[in-house]
Each structure stands twice: as structure tokens, then as C-alpha cells.
Design a protein around this ligand. Structure first.
Ligand code: PRT
Ligand code: MG
Length: 214
């Protein structure tokens, strides 16, 4: 029997995907927050979930270890999207990618022609494209998390990071100085799976499409 594997990260993406799954008649049998299982069954014997790190979701789908996945646009920009269809913007896990600096740092002066700033980020591709688009030279420093710390300890002048409520920036005496782009999560599909398992996958895609609340 043919079956479907959906790759998800736990946390906000899992939580916000539950209503979409429900619309497709799919109910997980465990909660990844409380269970340590990495493979989670559903009420449907032909549908299972695999719980992966958010940044790894496109990789699982690209290589066909999962047929489907849900990943933030931020993650997809860094992955590059090879081997993936991205048929739906699910409008979940919304936030924005922005540039932030320590309060009082004169970003406008620092970014005038001839200026050069140091920018810490986990989003190297997106940051590179953003500053190149402005014709600016920046030194990018790759971090894997807690970007907000970098300007506070002199590692960088600015950060490129995701912001949703703005609470983390405020708590660390940082302020947003540039909005780069809105971010939401996309459904991603393995290209071979879409051809070989279309009968199984299409109804799930259609149900997700019908359940999107922009
Ligand atoms: O947490 P982990 O290191 O395992 O991985 P991850 O951070 O990549 O995963 P997760 O589950 O935290 O995020 C998954 C996806 O959710 C991301 O790829 C984004 O597309 C999306 N998303 C939506 C966010 C946020 N909102 C968000 N606010 N991802 C991260 N944040 C972080 C942000 O980096 C910052 O540190 O939350 C902090 C800011 O939040 P506010 O509300 O204080 O502004
Ligand atoms: Mg996180």
C-alpha cells in the first residue's frame, strides 16, 4: 500500500499545521511536545508525520525521505529549493525578516556610501541579497541562534533576524531599522512523489488549500 510521509518541525509549525491536517481528515496520534517519538502516526494508516529540525525540513523532502513538508520561507531561502515544489503559501507561522541594531546606533550614517558594517545572521543568503540590492558592502557573520546578543557584546553592528511580536528585540534594547520581507510557511512537495503518488497527495493538497486563512 502506498503511503504519505509529512515532515514537520515541532513548536509553532506543528501547532499551526494541526487545523490544516484536520481539514484533510488527518489527526496525529501523539503530540511531539510531550512524546519523544520522531515518527508519529495518524488516524489514517497511510499517513505519518516525521518530526525534524525546522532547517532540515527541505532536505528530508528534497531527498524523498518525506513526500511533503512545511517550512518557513526563511528556511527555504537558505536551502535554495532544489528538488521541491512549493505549491502553497499556508499563511502560518507568520513573522518578518528585518535588520535590527542596538538602540542609539546610527544605522543611517553607518550605511552611507563608503560605510561598512558587520552583520550577524543565521540567514546568510537572504542577508547577502538584501544588502547587495542596496549596493552596500557588509561583513556577514554566520550565527546559529541568539542573534540578538551579537550587537550587545560588540560582535556585530546589526543583525538580520525574524521578528514577530518585537518582544525579543525590546527585551534586548534593540530596534528594527529595516523591514526585509514578510515570512510565512509553505507547503513543500517532493517532485517525484507528486508524480508517483498524485492520487494520495492531491486530496491532501486540496484540503490544505481550502483551509488556508490568509
Ligand atoms: O528553534 P530551533 O533552533 O529548533 O529552530 P527554528 O528557530 O528554526 O524553529 P522554530 O520552530 O522556532 O521556527 C520555525 C519557523 O517559524 C521559522 O523558520 C519561521 O519561519 C517561523 N517563525 C515565525 C519564527 C518566528 N515567527 C519567530 N518569532 N521563527 C523564529 N522566531 C524567533 C526569532 O528568531 C526571534 O529570536 O522568535 C524571536 C522573535 O520573536 P518575537 O515575538 O519576540 O518578535
Ligand atoms: Mg526557534
Amino acid at each position: 500500500m502506498s503511503s504519505i510521509t509529512l515532515a514537520l518541525s515541532k513548536g509553532r509549525i506543528f501547532e499551526e499545521t494541526l487545523p490544516l491536517l484536520a481539514a484533510a481528515g488527518i489527526v496525529p496520534t501523539d503530540n511531539p511536545e510531550s512524546s519523544r517519538k520522531l515518527i508519529i502516526g495518524t488516524n489514517r494508516p497511510d499517513v505519518r508525520l516525521v518530526i525534524v529540525r525546522a532547517t532540515d525540513t527541505p532536505t528530508y523532502v528534497q531527498y524523498g525521505a518525506a513526500d511533503l513538508g512545511i517550512a518557513g520561507k526563511d528556511v527555504l531561502l537558505e536551502h535554495g529549493g532544489a528538488g521541491l515544489y512549493q505549491p502553497l503559501d499556508l499563511h502560518i507561522a507568520k513573522c518578518r525578516l528585518c535588520v535590527a541594531v542596538q538602540k542609539g546606533f546610527d544605522y543611517v550614517a553607518a550605511t552611507r556610501p563608503g560605510g561598512r558594517i558587520r552583520v550577524a545572521t543565521k540567514y546568510m543568503n537572504a542577508a547577502k541579497a538584501h544588502f547587495a540590492g542596496k549596493g552596500m558592502h557588509v561583513d556577514l557573520i554566520k550565527l546559529y541562534g541568539s542573534m540578538e546578543l551579537a550587537p550587545l557584546v560588540g560582535l556585530a553592528d546589526a543583525i538580520v533576524d525574524l521578528v514577530s511580536t518585537g518582544g525579543t528585540l525590546r527585551a534586548n534594547n534593540l530596534e528594527e531599522v529595516e523591514d526585509i520581507m514578510p515570512i510565512s510557511s509553505r507547503l513543500i512537495v517532493n517532485q517525484a512523489s507528486l508524480k508517483l503518488k498524485r492520487e494520495l497527495l492531491q486530496p491532501v493538497l486540496d484540503a490544505f488549500a481550502g483551509a488556508i486563512r490568509p
